[in-house]
Ligand binder design. Sequence first.
Ligand code: ATP
Length: 894
Amino acid sequence: MKEFYQMTSQEAKIAINGSEAPLTEEQVAANRERYGPNALAEGKKKSVAQIFLEQFKDFLVVILIIAAIVSGVLGDFESAAVILIVITLNAVLGTVQTVKAEQSLDSLKKMSAPEAKVLRNGQFVKIPSAEITVGDLVSLEAGDFVPADGRIVENAGLKVDESALTGESLGVDKDSRAIEGEAPLGDRLCMVYSGSFVTYGRGEFLVTSIGMETEVGKIATLLSTTKEKRTPLQMNLDNFGKKLSILILVFCGILFGISVLRGEAIGDAFLFAIALAVAAIPEALSSIVTIVLSFGTQKMAREHAIIRKLQAVEGLGSVSVICSDKTGTLTQNKMTVEDYYVHGRKIKADDIDLNNPEEMQLLLTSMLCNDSSIAEGKELGDPTETALINIGSKLGVSYETERAACSRVGEIPFDSDRKLMSTCNRISGERAAFFERAEKSDVAEGRDWMLTKGAVDVLLDRVTKIQTSGGVREITERDKAEIAACNQSFSENGLRVLAFAYKKIEEGLIPQLDDEQDLVFLGLISMMDPPREESKAAVAECIRAGIKPVMITGDHKVTAAAIAKKIGILKDESEACEGASIDGMTDEELREHVDHISVYARVSPEHKIRIVRAWQDKGNIVAMTGDGVNDAPALKQADIGVAMGITGTEVSKDASSMILTDDNFATIVKAVENGRNLYKNIKYAIQFLLSGNFGAILVVLFASVFALPVPFAPVHLLFINLLTDSLPAIALGLEPHRRELMNEKPRPADESILTGEFLARIGAGGVSICVMTTVAFLIGYHGWFTAADLGGSALLGSTMAFGTLCVSRLFHGFNCKSDRPVVFTRKVWNNKWLIGAFVLGMILITLAIACPGLDHVFKVQTLGLPQLMTVYGLAFLNIPVIQLVKAIREKLCR
Ligand code: ATP
């Protein structure tokens, strides 16, 4: 049997589907059943049991297991059992957290899964690429990934980057003709292969193989479930955690030595040193970051920003420049045609006269040189083009009828570098009369016409004639000046303007870029694209938050400046410049100017990279939007590449770190706000964990220096560290958002999370917890304020210290809610998770220290009500103390 590349497209269709007709719904269902999903097999995912077992691989848990064994060997079976139970509970908690975090990351991945346009029920619809099956007809255009292998059946200048497969970095020009004889992969021009992407043109292909049967599937080793790279913050914390761990281990070693010298049993001293190490080492730091980030990204997804790379969330908090496209991001992308300029006159759209040949010719051209359509009331394609067919329908001219009567026989697709689009249409009958009025044409015979539309300045350079009411004549400089003036006046009102031209071509000519010359100027059409309602407020918020909003657009400078002024990006005309003027600047010069430019017009994708770099060189963190295939390098270069979910190409989405599902500038600003909040929340969670650990160490140090009995049994420290500590930390990560964060300047990107001020806060919290716990210990130890018959003892002291340390930390959670003294305001109630974690922790600790019968298990003396109240009271004191410190600090710093 012939290979698909050796068959004509008709033969291929028959070979695959049995006929040339497209797949029916039943056939699609049958093929999907038969061939399975269009996906490369993934490496096996870890099961929940595996994740659970992995919790025991942790260095500290291994030490604890050893400690349990030592306890058992020493005959202290209760301690051994408690340690093991606590470790197991901790592992369950860890598993739940890991699974939840993974689930939320998975759902994010699903949301940003690639899509493709496939013919189903007679219409091209967007579906997830995984749902494509053999025999499907897939439409391709610039910026699409090829989602499966297949035979090209329609080709309009398709150029495909196959470097992932063949290593060839130049785009391959495709051709739909069958190939005779054998040909290597790279030479099978009528085929497209999964994993490559379209850099130019348009086309359709018939799917011949999917999933692991594709060429890339055959060479791909199993896709590993790609592990998220650790974020800079996580790396920073890992590093810090390592250093701190060493310090703590040394400290515990010394403590162990001192205890042995003092004559304590080696086994007990060892167990205590280990428990202290486990309690003090902040092993949960980076996993808390993952959990908080993954929950945060869920919230962001609900607010239309899908995070593709976790690092982006941290970066968002320090974004200082947002470079945004205009069309669709700052504006609504709901274009409506406003005016026509034809045969030297400006005409309002509604006043077009269908009996006037020039006006009718312009209307016709705007519908034919156009790829958009309307299916079941839904607009498909570029809104600029839909506006053109909408006005036609309004005037009673159907684009479908016109396109059927003037079939397209060739085209040069639009591209944002060239800013032009051309189609070749075979026009005959009465419609041809409009075009045939041309005075004289070099091509006398034939019915084919090239219709071109595009940016006014670009098109004006390519026209040599002009269509007037008196016929076609040479275009003069005066005509051009008039057209430019008209363009200027439309643009000053913020209107988007397209110019239209045409020429007769040889019948059957396959158009090349060089053919877009010697055109006959036909007219202009202006369109209104109003700014999004929320853009103005979002721009104002950016400026308040110390972020520079910059508009980068392919549109005309005057139009861009008019819109930018309306939404507050531009104050003075001098802040707008054109891409061409960047060409004349060196990188150094651009760096110098970049601060003063708010609007870049007539920009091509290469300019975008230079603009991002210039900002970055000045130490800024830049978010940059992009939608086209050529935007991918700039999106990669930006710190936060932002792709458009609705209008963006698949290639741009792939290169981005965040996708906007509503294409809205305001969503970027919201994401920045979320980023800032998440960073703050993570900081609070870390502050909570570290100050508690620091408090515990200080208490032990105090007891050791003053030769008091050891204030905690190992099981106490494990209880706090493993059971009552991580939930408040996570809850702090879920603190509700603070709007006031957008009144601050962006956080410097290189600022370490562990600033002096942050460490001072941790220190203050630690000291306060230490003081309360030590007082509790001394009360219990000496039997102060207790009935004479009870007396004091080391056990009572230790129980009260355990209770106070644990409850202090729970209360301290509320201290960590904010940098400001907010506990005695309504804000204290605004985090239900924190309240939940507090209540749960209180129940657990109260059971441990006050429930008769558990005293052996937890190495405590069951407390009566007075001691319990003392514990609660002392622990609560942490709140007023720290709030007072915060209030004083705030006063002093003002
Ligand atoms: P932004 O970069 O803000 O999205 P834009 O949509 O104007 O702005 P491009 O899509 O690169 O940017 O378009 C650049 C120019 O090309 C436009 O200003 C317009 O003059 C012209 N143009 C846009 N769309 C088409 C089209 N479908 N056919 C022909 N010319 C077009």
